[in-house]
Design a binder for this molecule. Structure first.
Ligand SMILES: Nc1nc2c(c(=O)[nH]1)N[C@H]1C(S)=C(S)[C@@H](COP(=O)(O)OP(=O)(O)OC[C@H]3O[C@@H](n4cnc5c(=O)[nH]c(N)nc54)[C@H](O)[C@@H]3O)O[C@H]1N2
Ligand SMILES: Nc1nc2c(c(=O)[nH]1)N[C@H]1C(S)=C(S)[C@@H](COP(=O)(O)OP(=O)(O)OC[C@H]3O[C@@H](n4cnc5c(=O)[nH]c(N)nc54)[C@H](O)[C@@H]3O)O[C@H]1N2
Ligand code: SF4
Ligand SMILES: [Mo]
Length: 765
């Protein structure tokens, strides 16, 4: 298999004899546009693509290393079947598709299709698989799905669902234009999350009129350049945030005109904040009252404010309450529908769904938010005698055995599945447990896209074109899912006629599509496969992008004016078709919609068009903060472990080859010098970290950026990878061997990964 250590450098000088191929980095949700040079199957040069509408040439250092993703030594090249003795045997696609289809149909016919669950459907660069699976779900009658959002963001989306009427619409921060950027449990210097993150942070830092506020126990790279670093004790953000909101209320710094005109519920919420004892809450979160007051005044006084939370408060105590309080910062200061504030963008495709109030997963009875089963509920929904338990599972673009809380519990539960099918590019920890492993073409071997972009006033989309031929016998997800649908006898009615029309012309396709879809509901229900097998066959290597025709149609119905304002012409299906054509031809991506900030108000979906800011379900938890004391360290577990930092040395589980890292190769355990002294540990010495669920060893990185009593380990380490001799080794700590599935939010079930009780022992030598 390909050697992966080819030299990769950022290269701006152009050799006219060599071609630069436009694509995107797939290592984080920013998906910066890049241009790459290739030799054979290697990516040998990478540079930022200046024509990309959002990243404009920006990349971080990790983007230069995508070859380690493309050419990992454990790339899958053929379908695998697990044998009785646990080993895997290569089989052909015909056999794989037939056996997987038969097994899943068997579960459906005996127990019902709703006993088969779908997990994943997109990592940081690939969301079309998650769209194509819809045809399989329809064919089998599958009803339940989940993905990594249901262990981080569903609590926040639920809060926004309360505000705006639906969980699939949310407000995005306009950091590019804001005067006050607020980051709560988020370290965008490394984790990005918005275009050109470091440039934007530097621009704010270098402008005296603009401010950065960071809530983080650690002196993160972002906290280090902030104007206000609210250095909370781990797990106490609810008190810090409630205190800041209380200060705004008690000092009359709130935007009452906005709250009264645009919102509902201020009169209920206000008294709760008026009664907060700021001094007491300051004591509980470990930040001085003066610092909290000063930060609150900066935020309330800024001309505009944009705020984002991330894992530091989502994966910590009071997770969903934290999200409510965090989102109230922009509402109390009236920063919605404005430049530099928070806005509801147009999206080509939503990144999650909406669940009606009271929707639960039937086996565990746990709430479903955004149409997703909570990740932490999955093992209990499989490993039980309950008659409705999940018996089959398709996992795509995800490695839940390694990335969800409590790997031991997930392995135990997955072992109970009658059929586990994993679709991935690499042999993952989850694939090792599968009955069938289906090899996908990589994101550089097929057209791909993500649905993350949510910018205002102009939003962009990037459908990337393939650079390489598919490796070995790999197939794009569009093909895998469509073959499964057909093998299950679920081919959509009318697809042959549609395919004939598509072969003739786009006009004929549209005409036939319009006619057939109105008389034939099956076509709409299995739209992804229908589009792929018709329109897709006329697109050559861009075939798997056919799904975006459906998105273009929906977008053209939802916000035609914004699309036309971005320069796309036409009406109805003609507008959709023109948008689709522009998208599949825009090699660097394109702006597909432009609208005024004020259109955010038009996108609110509550019955009265107002923002509903008072969330009854969270009131007891909020008022309970007054009598609650934050959990204290115990003798058995004196440390709080932030289990899974997203550092410069991490890219989730997207790259498995550890040699991509230049720094932090072993995944250090960060620890404050005073704690290290007490333990008698010197820099680089190995320490054993012990939690109630497991133990592991890592080298110590002694740094006063850590607060006393807090330690951290990186995310995305501890994966098994073959060396040059094919010998498999585990590199670094697999953090979810240490986490406990029971430690989680009561409402969204978000695991408390940033708040794992631990103790340390120095490893001699
Ligand atoms: N380099 C890199 N970038 C990535 C990724 C990656 O793996 N590597 N992954 C991407 C993904 S999927 C995601 S979700 C994001 C995650 O991105 P982030 O959420 O920004 O990443 P984390 O490092 O998990 O947590 C952010 C901060 O929370 C702080 N924190 C820990 N405990 C607490 C607490 O109790 N209170 C507060 N206020 N802060 C606390 C940590 O010190 C840390 O600085 O990153 C994305 N970008
Ligand atoms: N303890 C702890 N656990 C955490 C976190 C933490 O901070 N602490 N962070 C969590 C967060 S925020 C997230 S988002 C999750 C992420 O965890 P996961 O949802 O498991 O996703 P990724 O790590 O992005 O893994 C992507 C998978 O997709 C595969 N892949 C790549 N390209 C393709 C493709 O084109 N097709 C297919 N079919 N597969 C492909 C990769 O090989 C990899 O197996 O981890 C979470 N786990
Ligand atoms: S890792 Fe993220 S920020 Fe860095 S180049 Fe890739 S997409 Fe851009
Ligand atoms: Mo994430």
């Amino acid at each position: 298999m390909a050697e992966t250590n080819a030299p990769i450098t950022s290269d701006t000088e152009v050799d006219p004899t060599k071609e630069w191929h436009k694509t995107a980095c797939v290592l984080c949700s920013a998906n910066c546009g890049i241009e790459v040079r290739i030799e054979g199957r290697e990516i040998t040069r990478v540079r930022g693509d200046k024509d990309h509408p959002a990243s404009k040439g920006y990349t971080c250092e990790k983007g230069l290393r995508v070859n380690h993703y493309q050419n990992g030594r454990d790339r899958l090249t053929a379908p695998l079947k697990r044998m009785e003795d646990g080993t895997f045997e290569e089989i052909g696609w015909d056999q794989a598709i037939k056996e997987v289809a038969d097994q899943l149909v068997g579960i459906r016919d005996t127990h019902g299709g709703d006993k088969i669950m779908y997990y994943g459907g997109g990592g940081q660069g690939n969301h079309t698989g998650g769209a194509y699976v819809r045809s399989v779900m329809q064919t089998l009658g599958m009803q339940y799905r989940s993905n990594a959002l249901a262990q981080e963001k569903t609590g926040m989306y639920w809060v926004q669902g309360k505000f705006f009427g639906r969980q699939d619409i949310g407000a995005s921060p306009d950091f590019h234009h804001t005067d006050c950027a607020v980051f709560i449990g988020k370290n965008p210097w490394h984790s990005h999350g918005f275009p050109e993150a470091r440039n934007v942070l530097n621009a704010i830092k270098n402008d005296d009129e603009r401010k950065i506020v960071v809530f983080d126990p650690r002196v993160s790279e972002t906290a280090n350049i902030s104007d206000h670093h609210i250095r909370v004790r781990p797990g106490t953000d609810a008190w810090a945030l409630a205190a800041v909101l209380a200060i705004m209320t008690q000092e009359a710094l709130t935007d009452d005109k906005f709250l009264n005109d645009q919102c509902v519920g201020w009169e209920d919420l206000k008294p709760l904040l008026e009664e907060v004892d700021v001094a007491d809450y300051a004591r509980k979160c470990g930040v001085s009252e003066e610092e909290l007051r000063s930060a609150a005044r900066t935020m309330a006084g800024a001309r505009s404010l944009a705020t984002e939370e991330d894992l530091g408060i989502e994966m910590a105590p009071h997770s969903t309450l934290n999200s409510w309080l965090q989102r109230l910062l922009f509402l109390l200061t009236g920063n919605f529908g404005n430049e530099g504030g928070m806005n509801i963008p147009t999206r080509l495709a939503p990144i999650c769904g909406h669940s009606a109030e009271g929707t639960t997963e039937p086996v565990t009875g746990t709430p479903m938010l955004c149409g997703l089963v909570a990740c932490a509920a999955i093992p209990d929904a499989i490993d039980t005698d309950h008659p409705d338990r999940f018996r089959g599972m398709i996992v795509d673009s995800s490695n839940p055995v390694h990335t969800l809380p409590d790997s031991k519990r997930f392995r135990e539960a997955f072992a109970k599945l009658e059929c586990l099918v994993v679709i991935d590019v690499a042999m993952t920890e989850t694939a090792r447990q599968a009955h069938y492993v289906l090899p996908a073409s990589s994101q550089y071997e097929k057209p791909e896209a993500t649905f993350f972009a949510g910018e205002m006033p102009s939003n962009y989309f990037h459908i990337r074109q393939p650079i390489f031929e598919p490796l070995g016998d790999t197939l794009p997800e569009a093909e895998i899912y469509s073959r499964l649908v057909e093998a299950m006898g679920g081919e959509p009615d009318g697809v042959q006629e549609l395919a004939e029309a598509a072969k003739e012309s786009r006009g004929a396709f549209i005409e036939t599509f319009t006619r057939l879809s109105s008389e034939n509901p099956d076509l709409g229900a299995k739209l992804p496969t229908a589009l792929y097998r018709s329109l897709g066959q006329s697109l050559g290597e861009m075939g798997p992008a056919a799904i975006m025709f459906g998105s273009a149609m929906q977008a053209s119905m939802r916000f035609p004016d914004a699309i036309r304002a971005a320069g796309i012409k036409g009406d109805g299906l003609e507008l959709a078709n023109n948008l689709f054509d522009s998208l599949i031809n825009a090699k660097s991506g394109m702006i597909f919609s432009t609208s005024d900030y004020s259109t955010s108000f038009d996108r609110i979906k509550t019955s009265d068009g107002k923002i509903h800011i008072h969330i009854e379900e969270l009131v007891d938890e909020l008022t309970g903060l007054a009598s609650e004391e934050p959990a204290s360290p115990t003798d058995a577990f004196p440390f709080v472990l932030s289990a899974g930092e997203h550092r410069g040395s991490t890219v989730n589980d997207v790259i498995r080859d550890p040699s991509w890292r230049k720094k932090d190769k072993d995944g250090a355990l960060r620890i404050n010098p005073l704690d290290a002294d007490r333990l008698g540990v010197v820099d680089g010495q190995r320490v054993r970290v012990i939690t109630k669920r497991g133990e592991a060893e890592a080298p110590a990185d002694i740094t006063d950026t850590m607060m006393e009593g807090q330690i951290s380990l990186p995310h995305g380490f501890g994966m098994e990878y073959p060396d040059e001799n094919g010998e498999h080794k585990i590199h670094g700590v697999s953090v979810n061997e240490l986490t406990d599935i029971e430690d989680r939010d009561w409402l969204a079930l978000t695991p408390h990964h940033k708040h794992v009780r631990a103790r340390l022992e120095a490893v001699p030598g």
